[in-house]
Write a protein of this length. Sequence first.
Length: 276
Amino acid sequence: MPKRNSSVVGREFGQGVRDAIEQSGMTQRRLAELLDWQEAKMSDAVNGKGGITEVELIRLLSYCRVPYTEVDRLVALYRESREKGWLLFPEDGVPDQVHSLITQERLSNKITVWSMNLVPGHLQIAGYMRAACEKSARIKPPDIDDLIRTKLDRQSILRPGREFVYFVHEQALRLPVGGPDVMRSQLTHIQVMLVRQYITFRIVPIAIGAHSGMSGSFTQLNFDTFEPVVFIESENSGLFLEDSRSLASYAEVLKRLDQDALDAEQSRRLINNLLV
């Protein structure tokens, strides 16, 4: 079955429209009748496929009595929905890119992470998260608890039905985030998680020196029905990449990391050594 041409921002827009309709208490069919639309047109809108004008979108949101702030957000997403790639600049509180990444992760069937400096977020314990947040230059202290709750909720995705592959640099496991006690608990937690058959954890050792992932950490998301996506998070923004050239470049990075990394059993032994 060919994969559908659907962008990240288009899917985010479609989810926002579905949420607007749901909170209105009306069905999609009823709204289509009120707007004098065919049901296929409503279906395209809620699936982020376009097919409506900006004026028609605003009419739909008006019928749903959507707050002005959400109207502004959905109109902005609509205007970007045909672009390949999506750059997010977060506001205060839990960064927008965290929510958007979680949405895309829930749609994916395979998640591959390259992490150069930190334990991957799916595998972090709360104490490790807090220590990292407290040292962040952009996360404000009042927002830390909400961010930790969001990140812990994100970990509910770690269940059968998806494949998770983690490439992690050895330095990320040796960096004493939160101090020795937190790191011991963190490494023990990773060991426990690796019992799960759908999780693969492989360490890129310090001893190899230079490696293909030196440009930075990223996440590759694969889907049953959509083209792959690469997500990159920086200090003050998040970027989803969807163009074929970028996807090929990051796929090559993962291919080379696969060649350099310890295998799964060697990686488990290294974690055991770090706990001695």
